[in-house]
Design a protein around this ligand. Structure first.
Ligand SMILES: [Zn+2]
Ligand SMILES: [Zn+2]
Length: 240
């Protein structure tokens, strides 16, 4: 059956929520009478209202499924959206916004994706020193890519120098040596404007180049392209 997206929206009137992922919006994506898309983009699932979800419900469902299968990642990264709460968001949407009888199925798919995330991002603590040793990473900051004059965790990568990076400010301590901690530190540092801690002590800073040179394995979530995007924003924000 070919169902019109607008007719479902008008029937259910879900208000200021994304009808694709259930994210709370600050506006009505189709106006208060649910008939005029504003072509805004949901910061969570990235759907463009009036484009990806039109004209048919199946277009919306196709976009949603594709988003989930690609990892259900938030489209824009803010600390506040860092937690994976899509499961609750999505379960609140009415059945009728899904292909006939497919809501349970979609939620199931999402659960699998999310439990993989959680396994990777929350439960397993990955010791960064092992990654550094394997990558033979040398005299470089594993958080921001700054060139150092020493091995931050010693030549054997098992002995923290207790020193700190003049660029991003991370301190090389045992308790900072887990991947998720480094990722958290890096993300916060960039979100706060990626400011150089001791600008007088480093020459030729090129943050974009530094961070681009870090291996993908030094990132989890946000991943490397997302971090570079955040960095770009931080630098532009600084200059404006
Ligand atoms: Zn959305
Ligand atoms: Zn650094």
């Amino acid at each position: 059956m070919r169902i019109n997206t607008v007719s479902v929206l008008q029937k259910f009137q879900i208000g200021k929520y994304c009808h694709c992922c259930g994210y709370k919006l600050s506006y009505y994506p189709y106006g208060e009478s649910y008939d005029a898309p504003n072509y805004d983009i949901c910061h969570y699932c990235g759907i463009e209202f009036g484009n990806h979800d039109m004209p048919l419900l199946e277009d919306l469902c196709e976009y949603r499924l594709d988003w989930i299968e690609k990892g259900a990642k938030p489209w824009k990264i803010h600390s506040s959206t860092n937690e994976f709460t899509q499961s609750t968001q999505l379960s609140l949407l009415p059945e009728e916004l899904f292909d006939t009888g497919s809501k349970a199925d979609v939620l199931n798919k999402l659960d699998i994706v999310l439990s993989n995330h959680n396994k990777y991002f929350k439960k397993i603590k990955i010791d960064f020193r092992l990654i550094l040793a394997k990558a033979k990473f040398g005299k470089i900051c594993h958080c921001c890519g700054n060139n150092l004059e020493y091995y931050p965790y010693g030549v054997e990568y098992d002995n923290p120098s207790n020193d700190f990076c003049y660029c991003c400010g991370i301190q090389y301590l045992n308790q900072n040596a887990f991947l998720e901690d480094v990722v958290k530190y890096r993300t916060r540092w960039i979100e706060d404007g990626a400011r150089i801690i001791r600008p007088g002590l480093i020459k030729n800073i090129n943050l974009e180049k530094q961070i681009s040179s870090l291996p993908y394995i030094f990132f989890t979530y946000p991943d490397k392209p997302q971090i570079l995007e955040l960095l770009d924003k931080a630098i532009k924000g600084r200059n404006s």
